[in-house]
Design a protein around this ligand. Sequence first.
Ligand SMILES: Cc1cc2nc3c(=O)[nH]c(=O)nc-3n(C[C@H](O)[C@H](O)[C@H](O)COP(=O)(O)OP(=O)(O)OC[C@H]3O[C@@H](n4cnc5c(N)ncnc54)[C@H](O)[C@@H]3O)c2cc1C
Length: 382
Amino acid sequence: MRTTAEAVIVGAGIMGCAIAHALAERGLTDVVVLERDLIGRGATADAAGGIRQQFSTATNVRLARHSVGVWETFEERFGTDIGLRQQGYLFLLTDPAEEATFRANLAVQQGLGVPARWLTPAEIAEVQPFVELGDVVGGTFCPEDGWCDPSAATMGYAQAARRLGVTIQEETAVTGIRVAGGRVVGVESAAGAIAAPLVIVCAGPHTRQVGAMAGVALPVDPFRRMSFITEPFPALPSTLPMTIEFATGLYFHPEGAGFLFGMGNRAEPSSFDKTVDDHWMLTNVEALVARAPQFEEASVRRGWAGFYEVTPDDNPLLGWVGEPAGLAVAAGFSGHGFMQGPAIGACLAELILDGATTTVDITPFRPSRFAEGALAPEHNVI
Ligand SMILES: Cc1cc2nc3c(=O)[nH]c(=O)nc-3n(C[C@H](O)[C@H](O)[C@H](O)COP(=O)(O)OP(=O)(O)OC[C@H]3O[C@@H](n4cnc5c(N)ncnc54)[C@H](O)[C@@H]3O)c2cc1C
C-alpha cells in the first residue's frame, strides 16, 4: 500500500479511471486510485452503454461531442475494442408540448455541430419501422449517437493509466478524508492512510457518503434503475437505433443477438436497493410491447438493477468543492455519465493542472451552484 501520492482518486468507475489516465497523460503520474470493489463494478457496470449528443444544456452537448470523438478513436488510442455501434438515438415524442422544447434543444445541438434533426412520424417510420406511431407527434434523431461496452471502455482507461504509472488499488475502501488547516491532506482506507494534497471524489452513487467524510455536502442520491435483455430475437433487425419513448423513459436497442430495454420508475424513492423487481419488469414489458408489438414474441433472458447517481438538477458536480481546499469532485451524472467519461477526464486534468478548462467550460456544473441557487437543469433525462 502506498503511503503518499500527489493525488488520490476515490472510485475506479469510468470517471476515476478516465481522470487518472488524463492526469497521467499530462505528466501527473503519482496518482493512486482506491476502489472498494473492483474496477468498473459500480454504476458503470450497470450502464446501458448509450452514447448520445442530444441534450438540452449546451455544456452537456459539448461534453458529449468531445467524448464521441474519443469513443470513435478509442481502439486506435487505447488498443481496446469497445464495440462502438453508431446506429443513432431516436427520441419519440407523444406530448405536443414537447415539440417546441425539443426543437429549441435541436437548435442548441446543431449550433454546436451535432447532426441531429427533427423527424415527422412518416420519417420516423423510415428509420424505425417497428414502432406504433398513432400517438407520436414527431421525434429527433442523431445518426452519430449509439452505444458501446462500458466495462471494456473503463478497463481500457484503467490499463492505459497503469501503463503510465498510476496505481489502481482494488478492494480498498476509503473510510476517511483527512483535513488540516482547511486543506485536504490525505485519505484513510481499510489498508492504511495515504498522505496527499489532492483528493478527487469519483464515488458515483456513494458520493454523498464520501463527501461527508470531509464534512462536505455533495447532493448525489442513488435511484434504482433496472435493465433487461431478451433472448436472441431475430424478428427485429440488429441495425435499429436506440429508441426512446421520452414521456415514459422506455428505451430499447439491439444488444448482441437480442435487445436491451428498460424504463425508470420515476415514482420510486431513493434507495440502495439493488434487487430486480419482477412487477416493474412486467410494467416494462407491457410498455415495450405497446410501443413495438413484435416484442410480444420475445423472451426476457435476465435483468439487473443499478443506481442512477442523481443530483437536484440532473447534472453532475464538477470541480473544486471550495472548502476544504484540494478536494475536487466529478460525480452525480444522473444516469448519463458513462458517455461523458472522456471529456470529464480531460476537463478535470485541465482544471487541476492548468487552473482552468479549455476542452469544455464546466463552470455551469460547479459544485457551489446549489448553494448559490444557480441550478443548471437538464431536460433530456431518460
Ligand atoms: C441501469 C443503468 C443504465 C445506464 N445507462 C447509461 C447509458 O446508457 N449511458 C450513460 O452514459 N450512462 C448510463 N448510466 C449512468 C452511468 O452508469 C453513470 O453515470 C456512470 O457510470 C457513473 O460513473 P462513475 O465513475 O461516476 O460512478 P461508478 O461507476 O459508480 O464508480 C464509482 C466507484 O466508486 C467506488 N466507491 C464508492 N465509494 C467508495 C469508497 N468509499 N472507497 C473507494 N471506492 C468507492 C464504487 O465502488 C465505484 O466503483 C446508466 C446507469 C444505470 C444504473
